[in-house]
Design a protein around this ligand. Structure first.
Ligand SMILES: Cc1cc2nc3c(=O)[nH]c(=O)nc-3n(C[C@H](O)[C@H](O)[C@H](O)COP(=O)(O)O)c2cc1C
Length: 210
């Protein structure tokens, strides 16, 4: 009898707070491979336990066409027309985004903000919000965690504030949690290796997720 109720309790408990397996999606936003931001991201990722799934996408390798804002229909009606499920690279990015519990934006600082590839990916979120019941983008983004890694060629970390603001506010708009960020300093590839503070911060970035 006691055994049974104990069992029941465990079952209810499991149901209410299932151990969600963390899946980290790393989105590399640099226009070059092997850059400083990627180095920081790999440093951070190396600390994740093997039980955490990692997926890496280089946004440059899954190019999206210019974003077409069709939210309000041809004639500017407020009712959004039903949008069909995306295909091609857009679908790859949508599926990867939805499957992740954690989105890691690794974008260098370009003109004080995210890179164009990163920005374009975020612009597509506005379209994905229109996909309706089949996708439920807003519902499924809620509760995910966003993390950010960036590199600036300035000494002043505050130069990355606009980038961090863009990402933080976008996460907040989507009901996502903010995991944390690392701002590194470097210009030429490899220069980030001399920023030992940023490397240490990257190593500790995901500590709260473990
Ligand atoms: C298009 C472009 C714009 C940039 N704009 C800035 C900037 O606004 N502020 C800054 O500190 N560095 C700027 N940089 C320098 C990069 O942030 C720096 O080289 C960084 O190390 C690149 O990161 P990556 O190695 O991960 O590609 C810019 C570089 C490029 C190519």
């Amino acid at each position: 009898m006691n055994d049974t109720s104990h069992h029941d309790h465990d079952h209810v408990h499991d149901h209410e707070s299932p151990a969600v397996k963390r899946k980290f999606l790393f989105l590399l936003g640099s226009a070059r491979t092997g850059g400083n931001t990627e180095t920081l991201a790999r440093e951070a990722a190396a600390q994740l336990p093997a039980t955490v799934e990692q997926r890496w996408l280089r946004l440059h390798d899954v190019p999206l066409p210019a974003f077409d804002d069709r939210r309000h229909g041809e004639e500017g009606h407020t009712a959004a027309p039903a949008r069909s499920l995306p295909a091609g690279n857009e679908r790859i990015l949508l599926d990867a985004t939805l499957e992740a519990t954690d989105l890691v934006i690794a974008s260098p600082l370009y003109w004080y903000s995210v890179s164009a590839d990163t920005k374009l990916y975020l612009d597509y979120w506005a379209g994905w919000l229109q996909l309706g019941e089949e996708v439920r983008f807003r519902d499924r983004m809620r509760g995910k965690t966003m993390w950010a890694l960036t590199t600036t060629s300035h000494d002043d970390t505050a130069k990355a504030d606009p980038l961090l603001g863009t990402l933080r506010l976008s996460a907040e708009y989507m009901g996502m949690e903010w995991g944390g960020d690392v701002v590194g300093h470097g210009n030429r590839p490899g220069e980030i290796r001399t920023d030992t503070d940023a490397l240490a911060a990257a190593k500790g970035l995901f500590a709260s997720a473990m």
